[in-house]
Write a protein that binds this ligand. Sequence first.
Ligand code: COA
Length: 374
Amino acid sequence: MKKEDLKHGLEGVAVAISSISYVDGEKGKLVYRGFEIEDLVENSYFEEVAYLIWFGSLPNENEEDFIKSMLSKKRNLPENIVEMMRLFPENAHPMAVLRSVVSMLGMYSKEDNSTLENAINLTAKIPTIIAYWYRIKNNLPIIYPEEHLNHSENFLYMMFGELPEYSKCFDKALILHMEQGMNASTFASTVTSSTLSDIYSVITTAIGTLKGPLHGGANEKVLEMLEEIGDIEKVPEYIDNLIRNKKKIMGFGHRIYKTYDPRARILKKWVQEISAHEKVDFFDIAVKVEDVVVKRFKDKNIYPNVDFYSGILYNHFGIPKEFFTTIFAMARIVGWTAHAMEYRKNNRIFRPRSIYNGPKDLKYKDMKGVEING
Ligand code: COA
């Protein structure tokens, strides 16, 4: 293999055939199982879209009852795990906690594969892990799941002990984050799944990959950046400084979207609507950042991505910034598991190559530099 064969970062390489979602990077379109994302956020809700992504079509009434009851009955965590969580360091990052607890759940299960039942089970438990950690970390009593609440409402109830008025908007934000083709965490988890490993290993891989700031971890970094800027007047200087130092501006750019990410457009619209009647922290700074970045990078087609406005919304909802990426994971598990199951139908282990450029003819020497078999 020659250096010219290298596809750095696998850019442009197709690794699977999939009917789960379609991303049109030129037109800025995202389609789940044939439905445009705008249509789904307008008319649907978490459980229904999860069903669509897993099964390939929207549920009828019986199927809707089935998915709702499956997701609501599997929310509880083994008490031993909750006790162990109480021993975690209080400053542990929520994504590290989520990754570790998902991995721990694997010890409580038989060697399980990527079946739908396991996918639903883990999807139901992830909000509980996040909310319990929020309560434990803040020395608050744990709030157990409520079966009669839907997926999003139950999560917000377990976090805050009440049902906030924004729970519908939160639910729609989860739909936006549910699936996005062969992104880094979906690919990483599909690789793990392709070895026929168990679903806990698959999702642990995915969470670890999503955590990185070039992927899902960007939403937390965006808020850090906006806090650091602190004043709309300082935006141009701050951005120009990042550009001069060749630093990435968090929440901008995308491997596939070379125009406005449709999810960013929707999130910005929601924040705009809220800010028409109440103050939304950092929104004015963010709009200015967008304006400056888009102008500075007009030749490179760099626009806000999904992580740019989501953090502003979650911050407005009272969710601490270190929890932002866990919210992303809570939604994206649907896509991760759908891809793992789809790939298994025609499984082949992933085994790419690297192009060796090191020496090939060295002879072993002992520590004194004497060749042993010389
Ligand atoms: N800030 C500044 N420059 C950026 C940029 C950003 N956010 N995103 C891309 N670029 C520039 C790169 O510096 C590079 O310039 P060059 O050709 O002069 O070297 C060019 O655009 C292509 O970027 P590259 O990093 O090769 O694109 P990629 O497809 O490998 O990476 C991301 C995509 C998302 C990882 C990248 O845009 C990024 O790091 N964004 C910030 C993190 C983020 O928001 N991640 C969430 C993604 S949903």
